[in-house]
Design a protein around this ligand. Structure first.
Ligand code: ZN
Length: 90
């Protein structure tokens, strides 16, 4: 197994729908599909070389606001966060 979940002391922000987010690290080299990603039950980020970049994409995708971040222009609010994987298992 090259993929493993990284446990954080502080929980990652949940997605728009309130799913718990997981940080997954793929130990392969970046060119071979490795990297950091964040996923929940309904979405995931692309892989990034740095976890902070994955977290930034996660926050953008789910419009999670951080104190230092300025509000996004309205024109950016349409396309993000609408990717869904497969069906919802229940
Ligand atoms: Zn979700």
């Amino acid at each position: 197994m090259t993929q493993r979940q990284i446990t954080h002391v502080e929980a990652l922000p949940t997605c728009k729908q309130g799913h718990a987010a997981r940080h997954i690290f793929d130990a392969r080299r970046a060119g071979a599909g490795g990297g950091h990603l964040i996923e929940c039950a309904c979405s995931q980020t692309r892989k990034h070389a740095d976890f902070t970049d994955a977290l930034a994409e996660w926050k953008r995708a789910h419009r999670i606001r951080t104190p230092r971040q300025r509000p996004e222009p309205a024109s950016n609010l349409v396309q993000l966060g609408l990717r869904f994987k497969g069906g919802h298992a229940r």
